[in-house]
Write a protein that binds this ligand. Structure first.
Ligand code: GAR
Length: 214
């Protein structure tokens, strides 16, 4: 078994995915969350981290600061923790190409849609408005193009006629909390990697909709 994977989690808000990963770490993910970084000082995820006695940092954007400058400060903060994996868990900032390039193959994100559908914001409402029958969530490696990196794992949920965005978001969240810790575990065990913009599990190429067992 490889040495425990040092994980830094980036958040902006509630941090329920952070919590699922913290709970998973107690449950033998072979990973240790060594730091939680928020761009928002009032993110509830920071309180969750405190409860779990995890070191936290805030990197708050300065007025008029260029994205690249912010990302240099963010990377400096990340480096303090010497992570093996960076987990974006509701971190609501677009990242500069240099920043993404620095962590290519070592940074994963969870996005609340069945990618490539609905990149960007308001995914739940957009799925309802499009009268989709199904919606979901995707974990993917991060590449410079927004929400476009190779998908590792997706989870699908139904959309019912009476759903509003809030109810649908809750249904999606439940799935997120199941799949994100699993992907962290795969990475921590050395089973998951990105090569030439494609994701591999145990050396086998993962298909466009994420890992699907036979
Ligand atoms: C999650 O639903 C995640 O998929 C989404 O933010 C939420 C964070 O919830 N991420 C994005 O929209 C990124 N594009 P949480 O703070 O409770 O984990």
């Amino acid at each position: 078994m490889p040495a425990s994977c040092r994980v830094v989690v980036l958040i902006s808000g509630n941090g329920s995915n952070l919590q699922a990963i913290l709970d998973g770490c107690d449950d033998n993910l072979n990973a240790e969350v060594v730091g939680v970084i928020s761009n928002k000082p009032d993110a509830y995820g920071l309180i969750r981290a405190h409860y779990s006695e995890i070191d936290t940092s805030c990197v708050i954007a300065r007025k008029g600061e260029a994205r690249e400058e912010y990302d240099i400060r963010l990377a400096a903060c990340i480096e303090k923790y010497q992570p093996d994996l960076i987990v974006l868990a509701g971190f609501m900032r677009i990242l500069s190409d240099d920043f993404v390039g620095r962590y290519l193959g070592k940074m994963i994100n969870i996005h609340p849609s069945l990618l490539p559908k609905y990149t960007g914001l308001n995914t739940h409402q957009r799925a309802i408005d499009a009268k989709d029958k199904a919606h979901g969530t995707s974990v993917h490696f991060v590449i410079p193009e927004l929400d476009a990196g190779p998908v590792v794992l997706q989870a699908k949920v139904p959309i019912y006629a009476e759903d509003d965005a809030e109810i649908l978001a809750e249904r999606v969240h439940e799935q997120e909390h199941a799949i994100y810790p699993l992907v962290v575990k795969w990475f921590s065990l050395g089973r998951l990697e990105m090569k030439q913009n494609q994701a591999y599990l145990d050396g086998a190429l993962i298909g466009p909709n994420g890992y699907a067992p036979d």
